[in-house]
Design a protein around this ligand. Structure first.
Ligand SMILES: Nc1ncnc2c1ncn2[C@@H]1O[C@H](COP(=O)(O)OP(=O)(O)O)[C@@H](O)[C@H]1O
Ligand SMILES: [Mg+2]
Length: 286
């Protein structure tokens, strides 16, 4: 290890530190991660984008030890993931599965959300409070006694998010949280996530919803074929047509429209309401 690496490893603000990560699902199978480098600081809210099969979920599962690198290194909060038991990682890395049904197994929403904190050793009164807080946060307090499998997919996704939140992890990794949610639900979820990030949690969100990313997430990482193609401010990444094309992604309409308007001196906009505001001034109260 060089001197600069030693110093970097001690930088406490770096929460995710992935270096030259390669991974294959088994001997003789091709690498699905082909040298991934990613560094995320505390309090950052980052989108991980890319078409199906790009390697997003595989990368995410390295952060909580569900996968171990074939080569390269993955550190979370300065510590090598490979050196830590899954039970310890479960406390510091909240991982929400792409399919909530791979995560949910209890007979009531309250039991499901309370499972993690109970396992972490909280008293039943404390668990009760953590459950109430988590359900309030995601806006499903009324579903406390419902059976998770009577709920719609969007609501089950919220149950999965609440059950991770109840453990108050420093790092949240959420695989496609808005799948199955309507527009309002998706916006609500994103608003909530950006608030948590502003409170100092670090959040990595895997999503296909380019509109929501444009509006809520400042940094975007684009993957294709097991590699990171781009990593930077969302509004720059969304204007890199070569990257979008290679990753089979499409910039959301407001970005494309605002891009054209920029030529006429209109400031960049990241959402429809922002674009309208810049064209005709604030519309509130009209
Ligand atoms: N359990 C598995 N065994 C073998 N190959 C897999 C497995 N899971 C995923 N893959 C392959 O790894 C690649 C990346 O998949 P994945 O990480 O799920 O991508 P994404 O989340 O971006 O859709 C794909 O080619 C996929 O077919
Ligand atoms: Mg995936």
């Amino acid at each position: 290890m060089t001197r600069s690496e030693t110093i970097e490893a001690r930088d406490p603000s770096i929460v995710i530190d992935v270096k030259d990560l390669r991974f294959s699902y088994g001997p003789g199978l091709p690498d699905v991660l082909k040298g991934v480098d990613l560094r995320v600081r505390q309090g950052e809210f980052v989108a991980l984008l890319g078409q199906n099969g790009a390697g997003k979920t595989t990368l995410a599962k390295h952060l909580n030890g569900l996968h171990q690198p074939t080569s390269g290194e993955v550190r979370v909060a300065g510590k090598r993931v490979a050196d830590q038991p899954l039970s310890v990682l479960a406390r510091s890395v909240g991982y929400c599965y792409q399919n909530p049904d791979h995560q949910i197994f209890s007979s009531s929403v309250a039991k499901e959300v309370g499972f993690g904190p109970t396992n972490l050793g909280y008293s039943s009164a404390e668990v009760d409070e953590l459950v109430s807080d988590a359900l309030d946060l995601v806006g499903i307090a009324a579903l406390r006694d419902a059976h998770p499998f009577t709920l719609g997919r969007g609501q089950r996704q919220l149950v999965a998010v609440a059950s991770i939140l109840a453990m108050d992890p420093r790092l949240l990794v959420i695989d496609e949280p808005t799948t199955g949610m309507d527009r309002v639900g998706g916006m609500r979820a994103m608003g909530l996530l950006s608030k948590w990030a502003s409170e100092g949690r670090t959040i990595l969100v895997i999503t296909h919803d380019m509109d929501l990313v444009s509006e809520f997430i400042d940094r975007s990482v684009v993957m294709a074929g097991g590699r990171i193609l781009a990593d930077g401010p969302t509004q720059d990444v969304f204007r890199d047509t070569a990257v979008l094309e290679e990753a089979h992604l499409m910039a959301p309409a407001p970005v494309t429209i605002s891009d054209r308007l920029e030529r006429f001196g209109v400031d960049r906009a990241k959402s429809i309401s922002e674009a309208v505001g810049q064209l005709v001034g604030p519309t509130e109260g009209r």
